[in-house]
Design a binder for this molecule. Structure first.
Ligand SMILES: CC(C)(COP(=O)(O)OP(=O)(O)OC[C@H]1O[C@@H](n2cnc3c(N)ncnc32)[C@H](O)[C@@H]1OP(=O)(O)O)[C@@H](O)C(=O)NCCC(=O)NCCS
Length: 170
């Protein structure tokens, strides 16, 4: 059943005639979110997130569903009144390159704007994707909320090779 805040995205021949729906995540999406993230976490592109953490942060997540299957997800995590992060952004391999990642980030930025957040960042191996969406590369040490809140617990802390990108929201 469609949800009130579900958005129908533009169709694409790659979607086999089905309309993609972008919506806030529901509790029953957690196993599929976990599976999506796990595929990339095993390759080292993303940090793995256990079930317990996904349930705790479920309200951060938006998902895209095509023909009843969850094919993409992304989350807005808030650190302070001045900084949030695009986290756990993944588009299933089969559906990459059709605008789904861009739709998710735009929805996350809209959400951030609605709640009055001023800046949104990401740590990423694909800065070029974020640059297309208006983010710019910044030194990591300009984002202490992230570095000392989250990165410090990461196994890559001393050898982080990701790029920090930032969008100012006005
Ligand atoms: C990165 C990712 C989310 C992009 O999603 P996507 O649906 O394939 O991207 P889109 O089709 O929405 O692309 C939007 C734009 O970004 C560009 N783009 C996509 N991936 C890119 C990349 N790796 N580098 C540079 N530009 C990229 C596209 O060409 C497109 O440009 P256009 O608007 O000029 O046509 C997806 O490839 C993915 O899940 N990657 C693995 C996990 C990951 O790295 N997530 C990011 C964690 S921060």
């Amino acid at each position: 059943m469609p949800q009130p805040d579900q958005e129908n995205l533009q169709n694409d021949s790659a979607f086999g005639g089905a309309v993609p729906h972008l919506r806030p995540a529901a509790i029953t999406d957690v196993p599929e979110i976990h599976e999506l993230l796990d595929e990339y976490a095993r390759m080292g592109n993303l940090l793995p997130r256990p079930y317990s953490e996904l349930y705790r942060h479920l309200r951060d997540f938006f998902v895209i569903e095509i023909g009843g299957k969850l094919v993409a997800c992304g989350a807005l995590e808030i650190f302070t009144e001045n900084l949030g992060e695009v986290r756990s952004l993944v588009v299933s391999k089969q559906y990459e390159g059709h605008g789904l990642g861009k739709n998710l980030v735009q929805r996350i930025v809209d959400e951030a704007r609605q709640i009055g957040l001023r800046r949104i960042m990401a740590l990423t191996y694909v800065p070029g994707f974020f640059h297309k969406l208006g983010f710019r590369t910044v030194p990591k040490d300009t984002l202490p909320e992230k570095v000392w809140g989250i990165c410090v617990k990461c196994y890559k802390f001393n050898a982080c090779d990701e790029t920090a990108v930032l969008l100012e929201i006005w």
